[in-house]
Design a protein around this ligand. Structure first.
Ligand SMILES: [Zn+2]
Length: 231
């Protein structure tokens, strides 16, 4: 049958074209160097821009839908590029970390672990309580020195490190730098350090009030030294 032959022919032609397209795509993909690894530097302070769209997109992605395009946002904040927006975008782009972003990732099923300085556990404006109430694992130091690291690792793949404290104050007011790199060797070194700290700060190992005790001892030593000087 002419119609049948034409139908098969069409089909074959269709498949042929599809294969050709697929082969072409694979060849182009193989020929292309692997996509450039992430290497980005951000400087702060950043102007505060609206991040509503970023958060909405991420929330929609979490639900497995694409966010419906809306009209221009009516909020009073400026809209457009900013270091803050780029940082947030980087955190939220994780397919599988500031408070809203971390919460969003947690709700999306991403395992989030946070290590912070003891002082930040209960500081006014600290988001730590919020994170803990949401069920995110948080550990803190119990040493007299500060937990002064400022790094994040995403998906064991991307390292974000620099001078930036992950606080609104630092983002908006301080001069800070942040380096974002996709580099296996760097990531592994930082990952090892994170796991070591995570284990060091295991609550099972806590002794309570070491800071006060240390301070008391220090005060005593100073008083002792003063007394000796005064003798
Ligand atoms: Zn807005």
């Amino acid at each position: 049958m002419v119609w049948g032959a034409a139908g098969r022919l069409l089909l074959a032609a269709g498949l042929g074209a599809a294969f050709e397209a697929l082969a072409g795509w694979l060849l182009r993909r193989a020929a292309k160097a692997s996509p450039p690894a992430v290497r980005e530097v951000l400087f702060f302070p950043s102007r505060v821009t609206c991040v509503k769209e970023l958060l909405e997109e991420a929330a929609a992605a979490a639900r497995g839908v694409s966010s419906s395009p809306r009209g221009p946002c009516a909020c009073p904040l400026p809209h457009g590029e900013s270091a803050l927006g780029r940082l947030l975008g980087r955190l939220l782009s994780s397919p599988r970390c500031s408070g809203q972003a971390v919460l969003l990732l947690h709700r999306r099923g991403v395992r989030v672990r946070v290590v912070t300085d003891t002082d930040y556990m209960a500081l006014a404006g600290s988001q730590i309580g919020l994170l803990r109430r949401a069920g995110i694992q948080v550990r803190h130091d119990q040493e007299s020195g500060y937990m002064h690291h400022k790094f994040a690792i995403i998906d064991k793949k991307i390292l974000i490190t620099g001078s930036l404290n992950w606080t609104t104050q630092a983002i908006q007011c301080n001069r800070e730098n942040l380096l974002i790199v996709e580099d296996k060797d760097c990531v592994n070194i930082f990952l090892e350090e994170f796991e070591k700290i995570w284990d060091d700060y295991n609550p099972a190992k806590y002794t309570f009030f070491p800071k006060e005790e240390k301070q008391l001892l220090k005060d005593k030593a100073i008083t002792g030294a003063k007394l000796e000087v005064n003798k």
